[in-house]
Design a protein around this ligand. Structure first.
Ligand code: UD1
Length: 338
C-alpha cells in the first residue's frame, strides 16, 4: 500500500517513514529540503534496507501538487508533516506561516477529496489547548485562542479538515495532537537537526552537552509546580512515529468511528525542566551548565496528556521512558558532532 509522507525528511517525518516501512508500507516522500537534508534518505535506507521514493517539491506550488497526485494516483493515505514550526518566527512572518501551513493543507485536501477513498493524518499540537484548566488534558478540553500564528495554523488546520470531512464522506482523517517530541532513532542514524540555535529544550540541552552552546537558560523557576519549573509531556519520537502508523491503519482498515477524529499523543507523564536536565546528566554522565533566568513569554505552566483515548481507541501506548528518550537524543548528538 502506497502512502505519501510530506515533510518525510524532517525530524518526526523521517522516524515515521521508518516505522511505515517496517510494517510494509511503500512510502513516497515529498520534502522541499527547506529544513532538512537529502542525506536523511541514506539514514532511513540504512535502517530499513528500503529507499523510499523521494520527490523534491514545494507544496505551495498548487499545479505541482496536482501533477504529483496524477503521477501517483495509487496513493491511499497521506501523513502531512510539512509545515513551519518556529513559534517566534511565526510572530514575525505570519503570512509565511499561513501560506506554508494552511495553503498547502488546502491543496492536499483538494486532491484527496477527488479520490474514492483516502486516509489523512494531520500533525497537530497540544498547543491548541493553551494552558488547560485540568491536568491531564483530555481531547475534549476546550481549544483556547492561539498565542501565535504558528499555534493558530494548527487550530485552523484542524477546523479546515473537520469542515472538509463533513462534506466529503470518502475522506477519513485523524488529527494527532503531539505533546513534546524528543529523542532519535536508537540506531543514531536519524534524529533532530535544528537549523541555528535550537528553540526547544532537548536539542538545546544536548548541544550544550557537546559544547556547541555555552549554557542552557532555564526559563523561570517560580511556576506553581513541584520544583518551580514548567511541566511538559516529553514523548520519544519513535513512539510518536508508531502512533502515526496505527492511526493510518485505523483509517485504511475502516476502524474509525467518525470520519474526523482527534487524539492526544503523549506519555501521560509530566516532567519539569529540572527533571529533564537530571535525566540528561544521568544518561550522559556529564554535568550540564545551566542558569535560571526570567520566564519566557508565552510559556504555559504545565501540559501533559490524558492518553486514555489513544490507548483504548488506537491501541497505542508510549513505551519509552524519559531516560531512554534522552539517551537516544544524546547518542545522536554525539554522533552528529563527531
Ligand atoms: C513549543 C511551542 C509549541 C510547539 C512546540 C513544538 C512555545 C511557547 N511553544 O513547545 O507551541 O508546538 O514547541 O516543538 O514556544 N525551556 C527552557 N530553556 C530553553 C528552552 C526551553 O527552560 O532554552 C523550557 C520551556 O520554558 C518549557 C520547556 O523547556 O517549559 C519546553 O520548551 P520547548 O521545548 O520550547 O517546548 P514548548 O514550549 O512546550
Amino acid at each position: 500500500m502506497k502512502v505519501l509522507v510530506t515533510g518525510g525528511l524532517g525530524f518526526i517525518g523521517s522516524h515515521t517513514v521508518v516505522e511505515l516501512q517496517n510494517v510494509g508500507f511503500e512510502v513516497v516522500i515529498i520534502d522541499d529540503l527547506s529544513n532538512s537534508s537529502e542525506e536523511v534518505l541514506n539514514g532511513i535506507t540504512s535502517i530499513t534496507g528500503k529507499t523510499p521514493i523521494f520527490e523534491k517539491l514545494d507544496l505551495k506550488e498548487k499545479s505541482k501538487v496536482e501533477d504529483f497526485f496524477k503521477k501517483y494516483d495509487d496513493i491511499e493515505g497521506v501523513i502531512h508533516f510539512a509545515a513551519s514550526k518556529a513559534v517566534g518566527e511565526s510572530v514575525e512572518l505570519p503570512l509565511l506561516y499561513y501560506e506554508n501551513n494552511i495553503g498547502t493543507l488546502v491543496y492536499i485536501l483538494k486532491e484527496l477529496s477527488k479520490k474514492d477513498k483516502a486516509g489523512f493524518i494531520f500533525s497537530s499540537s497540544c498547543t491548541v489547548y493553551g494552558q488547560a484548566d485540568k491536568m491531564p488534558i483530555t481531547e475534549d478540553a476546550p481549544v483556547k485562542s492561539a498565542e501565535s500564528p504558528y499555534g493558530n495554523t494548527k487550530q485552523v488546520g484542524e477546523e479546515i479538515i473537520r469542515d472538509t470531512c463533513k462534506v466529503t464522506p470518502s475522506l477519513q482523517a485523524i488529527a494527532l495532537r503531539y505533546f513534546n517530541p524528543m529523542g532519535a532513532h536508537p540506531s543514531a542514524k536519524i534524529g533532530e537537526l535544528p537549523i541555528g540555535v535550537p528553540q526547544n529544550l532537548v536539542p538545546f540541552i544536548t548541544q550544550t552537552g557537546v559544547g556547541l552552546r555555552e549554557k542552557l537558560s532555564v526559563f523561570g523557576d517560580d511556576y506553581p509546580t513541584k520544583d518551580g519549573t514548567c511541566v511538559r509531556d516529553y514523548i520519544h519520537v519513535v513512539d510518536l512515529a508508531k502512533a502515526h502508523v496505527v492511526a493510518l491503519q485505523r483509517l485504511l482498515e475502516g476502524k474509525n468511528k467518525e470520519n474526523y477524529e482527534v487524539f492526544n499523543v503523549g506519555t501521560g507523564t509530566g516532567s519539569t525542566v529540572l527533571e529533564v536536565i537530571n535525566s540528561f546528566e544521568k544518561v550522559s554522565g556529564k554535568k550540564l551548565n545551566y542558569q535560571i533566568v526570567d520566564r519566557r513569554e508565552g510559556d504555559i505552566t504545565a501540559a501533559y496528556a490524558d492518553t486514555a483515548k489513544a490507548n483504548n481507541e488506537l491501541g497505542w501506548k508510549a513505551e519509552s521512558t524519559l531516560d531512554e528518550a534522552m539517551k537516544s537524543a544524546w547518542d545522536w548528538e554525539v554522533k552528529v558532532r563527531s
